[in-house]
Design a protein around this ligand. Structure first.
Ligand code: IPM
Ligand code: MN
Length: 361
């Protein structure tokens, strides 16, 4: 019997639904070709629903997600909703309640894509960031004292547990050992041991301890500020980077721009034991909504990472080849409105390549 996967789809806000539509087209063609079945259940959580009903994301939905094989998310963020409400109430709530403790973000420059880095090409920009995804500055620990007065105090605490740090670091070592995305079997810890002497002391000690179990993995360390510098100057030095939640957030936007921008960057929020969620990194891009101008390749890349994760590696690599063919042959730029093709045309092209792709090639 054909394998069957249940996928929760949250198109979300702005251009989210448009890019997710293209991703779904590609997923369907991959499932046809790969001989497996995808059952999609769509949820309309996002800014519109919140403004209409006041509901953000009920716990009952989280319970439904637990039973799914994966979640496919478009974008969250609405111009009429105060910043933080939907991000915390939907995106972070899913990451935290499903304990998706890894945020996996490949940074890969495909041939034919422009990078703002002078003299750097696809052979130089090809690494993966493994970002801790449930702790650090993101837990919401802290608060105000004397809010609104001249003596106001705002405290935002970085929570780092031995368990949380260790499972993230272990995941990174295992990734270096097993994934074909790790080309050099080299793991860099990115931190700030010279200033954050408690949090990154824990990270560094754990990293060193775990590294003893992986004698074949080369390890090194870089401060986060230096990491930013090297990502621009010598991105070819990196293979796999492991870091905390906040630093991972920041360096993966830098990573996204050197691989061609938000039109292509995607990632996975992973719980290796439960339901994971896949999303393009870019936001909801409200100004392009409904114009058939946004680039769907980031959402299609998220779908590709999802296929890989659920175990459909062959179709994942065919989808990636399709994406690579589109960026190489068919579009002028990855930016919305400058592609020389519409959103739906780009999706159709990937579908065509997925149907045609010669597996032997
Ligand atoms: C990301 C985003 C989110 C984050 C926001 C929208 C909460 O920037 O996925 O990188 O900070 O994690
Ligand atoms: Mn971010």
């Amino acid at each position: 019997m054909a394998k069957r996967y249940n996928i929760a789809v949250i198109p979300g806000d702005g251009t989210g639904p448009e890019v997710i539509n293209e991703g779904l087209k590609v997923l369907i063609s991959a499932s046809n070709r790969g001989g497996f079945e995808l059952d999609f259940t769509t949820y309309d959580f996002g800014g519109e629903r919140y403004l209409r009903t006041g509901e953000i994301l009920p716990d009952s939905a989280i319970e439904e997600f637990r039973e799914m094989d994966a979640i496919y998310l478009g974008a969250i963020g609405h111009p009429d909703v105060k910043a933080g409400i939907l991000e915390k109430g939907i995106l972070l709530k899913i990451r935290f309640s499903l304990d998706q403790y890894i945020n996996l973000r490949p940074v890969k420059l495909y041939p034919g894509v422009n990078t703002p880095l002078k003299d750097k090409g696809p052979e130089d920009i090809d690494f993966v960031v493994i970002r801790e995804n449930t702790e650090g500055l993101y837990t919401g620990a802290g608060g105000f004292l004397k809010k609104g007065t001249p003596d106001e105090i705002a405290i935002q605490e970085s929570i780092n547990t031995r368990k949380g740090v260790e499972r993230c670091i272990r995941y990174a070592f295992e990734f270096c050992k097993k994934s074909k995305k790790s080309k050099k079997r080299k793991l860099t810890l990115c931190g700030k041991t010279n200033v954050l002497t408690y949090a990154f002391d824990l990270w560094e000690r754990t990293f060193k301890e775990v590294s003893k179990e992986y004698p074949d993995i080369e390890t090194n360390y870089a401060h986060v500020d230096a990491t930013c510098m090297w990502m621009v100057k010598n991105p070819e030095w990196f293979d796999v980077i492991v870091t905390d939640n906040m630093f991972g957030d920041i360096i993966t936007d830098l990573g996204a721009i050197i691989q061609g921008g938000m039109g292509i960057a995607a990632g996975g929020n992973i719980n290796p034991e439960s339901t994971s969620m896949f999303e393009p990194i870019g936001g909801s891009a409200p100004k392009y909504t409904g114009k058939n101008m946004i680039n769907p390749l980031a959402a299609i890349s998220a779908a590709q990472i999802m296929l890989e994760h659920i175990g459909e590696s062959e179709m994942a690599s065919i989808v990636e080849k399709g994406i690579m063919r589109v960026v190489f042959n068919d579009i002028k730029s990855l930016s919305a409105g400058k592609m020389g093709r519409s959103t739906t045309e780009v999706g159709d092209l990937v579908v065509r390549y997925v149907e045609e792709e010669d597996v032997s090639g």
